[in-house]
Write a protein that binds this ligand. Structure first.
Ligand code: AHR
Length: 505
């Protein structure tokens, strides 16, 4: 199969916000407890956080992390997680039918995030709580000193404010599963009033309002319009969430689902533009895709466990053994985020450790990277700079999820210093090598400095990194590409994800 692409230095889409490669972690399953935090683990630091997990997290260079939920946040009292640990109450978490010990709260998490070099993005509870609890939380986190809440924080050992700039106004408030579900108008009004209170703490504070829980919700996309009509001027972002699966075991259909995500982003962008015009608003609202991932392998097992649960503490939930096919899908999804970086400014892989995650950690045992870790890591390391508009010409296919889908999926990013460019390319074909010819214009002398490949054999689509074989899937050096006569030429193996780096002189 032949694939042609043209990349021009001046054909730009947008300057990518580094936060496109952010993450999400929730008090859920074993994400926090026995995931990042396990005081009795051999690698635990003085705060009880696992250093082996921290190492894997650091290597991802994550810019920002959304916390503490998710559905969990909709009945959470943040005050339960501060002060002496021995005085903190154990609560029932309604979202995941678990016991929450509150041994990790905002101050511990802030220390972990600092160690991991990640900026926090906090969510407030707009399910069971309201404006006052949200403003108290912001004051506790951000105000320097001399007030009730700021001095309480200092008395808890956090002398310096956490200085949190990004605040999420609740979570998935349209969902019937949500504690405190609301109509679009109810939620939009509450979000607006809460945003005003939160933004009173500083001009640099940003707010994220909840969009639909996904594009299959019956109220989508009217929810977006109605919510934004209530709060447009006081929010900076609207959230999108989507999880993907391949129950039909049809890889091509699975990969085609990314096209649908493009339409989802486009429709929400349309709702934003409509409300902006209707309100004659001056400000822009961007998209925060703050939950995305593959999620399906363990649904059946978890629902079986559900009836057996007796409010356990940190149960194993949604612990996916991601396979090669999932990694290739994630490569395509990240490509779509790069291509839509004009509207999508923040995106968070959901989640980070153990629960639908790129990192797995055994209680008392080892930690390892799942297959999806690698495309996420490559995008985070090399996908920063300016997104370029790549013209692609190649054979296409039709599937139920989308028609006219290109076998060759590409995004390209010019580095901030203009001295390198990275091409992320997926050959979606199950069995055909792709002969590529990617013409480079306006880059001067380009030299191949790295080509990393994941996959190359569709018979291994369901092979995964597991506890028994944690290194089964990992990138290897590609050998069949080079820059010849101002074009990247060579072969992309069938069923593969490729990270191609060029030095520009
Ligand atoms: O990430 C798991 C859950 O998925 C989150 O708690 C919720 O927001 C979404 O439905």
């Amino acid at each position: 199969m032949q694939g042609h692409a043209t990349i021009h230095r001046d054909f730009t889409i947008a300057s990518i916000d580094d936060r496109l490669y952010s993450a999400f972690i929730e008090h859920m399953g074993r994400a926090i407890y026995t995931g990042i935090y396990e005081p009795h683990h051999p690698t635990a630091n003085a705060d009880g956080f696992r250093k082996d997990v921290l190492e894997l997290v650091r290597d991802l260079k994550i810019p920002a992390i959304r916390y503490p939920g998710g559905n969990f946040v909709s009945a959470y009292k943040w005050e339960d997680g501060v002060g002496p640990k021995e005085d903190r109450p154990v609560r029932l978490d309604l979202a995941w039918r678990s016991k929450e010990t509150n041994q990790v709260g905002i101050n511990e998490f802030a220390r972990w995030a600092k160690d991991a070099d990640i900026e926090m993005m906090l969510a407030v509870n707009l399910g069971t709580r309201s404006i006052e609890d949200a403003r108290n939380f912001v004051e506790y986190c951000n105000f320097p000193s001399g007030t009730y809440w700021s001095d309480l924080r200092r008395s808890h050992g956090a002398e310096q404010p956490h200085d949190v700039k990004m605040w999420c106004l609740g979570n998935e408030m349209d969902g019937p599963w949500q504690t405190g579900q609301k109509t679009a108008r109810e939620y939009g009004h509450l979000a607006n009033e809460t945003a005003k209170a939160v933004r009173a703490f500083g001009k640099d504070i940003e707010t994220v309002v909840c969009g639909s829980s996904n594009d299959e919700m019956p109220t989508y996309p009217d929810w977006e319009r109605q919510v934004l009509e209530e709060c447009y001027e006081n929010v900076n972002y609207i959230s999108l969430h989507n999880y993907y699966g391949n129950n039909s075991r049809n890889s091509l259909n699975f990969f085609a689902k990314v096209e649908r995500t493009g339409r989802y982003i486009q429709s929400v962008a349309g709702a934003i533009d409509f409300v902006k015009a209707k309100k004659r608003a001056k400000n822009d609202v961007f998209i925060c895709f703050d939950e995305w991932n593959v999620w399906y392998h363990n649904r059946e097992q978890d629902s079986k466990n559900w009836s057996e649960w007796d409010w356990p503490e940190a149960p194993a939930l949604l612990e996916e053994d991601y396979n090669l096919e999932d990694a290739i899908f994630i490569g395509c999804l990240l490509n779509e985020f790069i291509r839509r970086s004009d509207r999508v400014k923040i995106a968070c892989i959901a989640q980070l450790v153990n629960v639908i995650a790129p990192i797995r950690a055994e209680k008392g045992g080892k930690a390892w990277a799942t297959s999806i870790y690698f495309p996420y890591q490559f995008a985070s390391l090399y996908g920063r700079g300016t997104a370029l508009n790549v013209a692609v010409d190649c054979p296409r296919y039709d599937e139920e999820a989308a028609q006219d889908v290109k076998y060759l999926d590409v995004s390209a990013v010019l580095a901030k210093d203009g001295r390198s460019m990275t091409i992320f390319a997926v050959n979606r074909s199950l069995d055909e090598t792709m002969s590529v010819d990617m013409a480079l214009h306006g880059f001067g002398n380009a030299r191949l400095i790295d080509h990393q490949v994941l996959g190359g054999n569709a018979n291994e689509a369901r092979v995964a990194n597991t506890s028994a074989d944690p290194n089964r899937i990992k990138p290897r050096k590609g050998e069949k590409l080079d820059v010849v006569d101002g074009a990247v030429k060579g072969e992309l193996p069938a069923f593969s994800y490729n990270m191609i780096r060029l030095a520009l002189d």
